[in-house]
Design a protein around this ligand. Structure first.
Ligand code: TYD
Ligand code: MG
Length: 453
């Protein structure tokens, strides 16, 4: 068997590993953060009994020889959660659930796991809360508590040993930041401990076909605390985040080896735990009674479904020499580009104006279909005119002012129609022959869209 290295030089910020000490981390550029760490003794997890890859019995095969087992997914019991996962948990897969404190990670896992435990063995390891706290919460939420197997433990070796006896199909680790491995030379929560613990648990479940769900905390800049390498280890990474309206929670996959990414699930936090929201457009549309300048509705495509959101813009004369362009929920560079197109092809001079664009409800726009709506919202604010309440707009804008079609145009229009919108400005190529009850204006250039409003 290959000689296993027992120590390494590891960056305390990002977890990058080096063969020898150096002053600056080449990967994250931080200074004086590299320290030598002990990666464990010879009988620890690296080549111990929980290492699934030890034994040297690997064989080489062609893909034809590989037996494909039918993909069975274990349902989580909550429809929105399943949709975000791509249909449920895959046996042998590792899921990282991230989110800020109070986002509801423990709550949603308790809810789903109490239900899942009715059908299959579940081991729930809590390193943060006492069993009294958890039991009290489960009772209050009215969850079935007779079958779920609970454990308070922070040692990875202990968890693996107990899992050997319990034979669970699902293991929950809440949270990976409090777990530690004996023999690894760093305190719990440190980069090395988190990475080694996650790697060991991953090896353990992969060889046994167990689903592993790990909770991970996020830091202020919304990245997962601990090593970046966590994202590489896991199959699926899900983030749970709060919105401006603190009752709502958005769940989004940022990585998924077994399903779609960027799928959005919406939940509402109630006194009875997290409840799914089946029709999210309705909550992001709770607009003021009277329309105001600079506000416009667009239809985004979130994973596999349309979502209606309000775009707000405010254009005010700049007090300083250097006008500001600020976007919340939308990329700043995109706004700068759209303003340039607007100046060149729409004849609107905003070089002495501050421009703010806000996507209401804490939603982040990560596609180009909102371009046209952003531009029209800016024009509406600049001219101080209200746009029609029942108007919605979508379409991508090119640098020469052309309006480009976007994917799933018809589905977007239907979603808006369902919510009572009566008038649409959309790319000409997206304009369907007829959709009952909606006046559709197909446009091919920015000037046509400006004429239409
Ligand atoms: P929790 O799941 O403990 O968050 P995390 O594990 O992500 O840190 O959720 C805690 C928050 O949720 C807390 O602010 C209280 C709130 N909450 C409710 O509003 N209703 C409930 O039924 C529960 C269980 C929690
Ligand atoms: Mg928690």
């Amino acid at each position: 068997m290959a000689k296993i290295k027992k120590s390494a030089f590891v960056c305390g910020e990002c977890g990058a590993e080096y063969p020898k000490w150096q002053g600056q981390c080449t990967s994250c550029k931080s200074w004086n953060v590299i320290t030598q760490v002990n990666l464990g003794s010879a009988n620890s997890s690296r080549n111990g009994r929980y290492d699934g890859f030890s034994g040297g019995r690997s064989t080489v095969q062609t893909l034809d020889d590989v037996e494909i087992s039918a993909e069975t997914r274990l349902p989580s019991g909550i429809h929105e959660f399943d949709r975000v996962l791509g249909g449920g948990f895959i046996p042998g897969s590792v899921i990282l659930l991230g989110g800020d404190p109070g986002a509801g990670k423990s709550t949603i896992l308790l809810q789903t796991m109490c239900l899942a435990a009715e059908d299959r063995p579940v081991l729930y390891v809590s390193g943060e809360e006492s069993l009294q706290q958890i039991a009290g919460r489960a009772k209050r939420l009215g969850l079935p508590t007779g079958k779920i197997r609970m454990l308070t433990e922070t040692s990875v070796e202990q968890v693996c040993e107990i899992a050997d006896r319990e034979n669970p199909e699902v293991i929950v680790i809440d949270s990976i930041q409090v777990m530690y491995m004996e023999g690894v030379d760093s305190s719990p929560g440190g980069v090395t401990q988190v990475r080694e613990s996650a790697a060991c648990l991953t090896r353990y479940v992969k060889t046994r076909g167990i689903v592993l769900i790990m909770v991970g905390h996020v830091t202020k800049d919304q990245s997962l605390a601990g090593p970046m390498t966590l994202s590489h280890i896991v199959d699926t990474q899900i983030m749970l985040s709060s919105t401006e309206d603190s009752r709502y929670r958005l769940m989004r996959t940022t990585k998924n080896r077994f399903g779609p990414v960027n799928e959005l699930g919406v939940f509402v936090m109630t006194e009875k735990g997290l409840k799914e929201v089946r029709n999210p457009s309705a909550i992001f549309l709770s607009r003021a009674e009277k329309s105001s300048p600079g506000s416009l509705i667009t239809v985004l495509w979130e994973g596999t479904r349309p979502l209606l959101v309000e775009i707000q813009s405010l254009v005010v004369e700049s007090q300083y020499g250097n006008p500001r362009r600020l976007g919340i929920g939308i990329d700043q560079n995109r706004i700068a580009m759209l303003l340039a197109v607007l100046t060149k092809h729409g004849g609107l001079l905003v070089s002495d104006q501050d421009v703010f664009v806000n996507v209401v409800g804490g939603i982040k726009v990560n596609e180009t279909s909102a371009d046209l709506a952003v531009v029209l919202a800016i024009v509406s604010s600049f001219r101080n005119v209200c746009l029609q309440q029942d108007l919605f707009v979508f379409g991508e804008l090119g640098l020469s002012g052309e309006v480009r079609p976007v994917a799933n145009g018809e589905a977007r229009i239907k979603e808006a129609a369902k919510h009572g919108f009566k008038k649409a400005i959309v790319p000409r190529a997206n304009a369907p022959k007829s959709v009952g009850g909606i006046e559709i204006i197909g446009v091919g250039h920015l000037t046509e869209a400006l004429d239409a409003i």
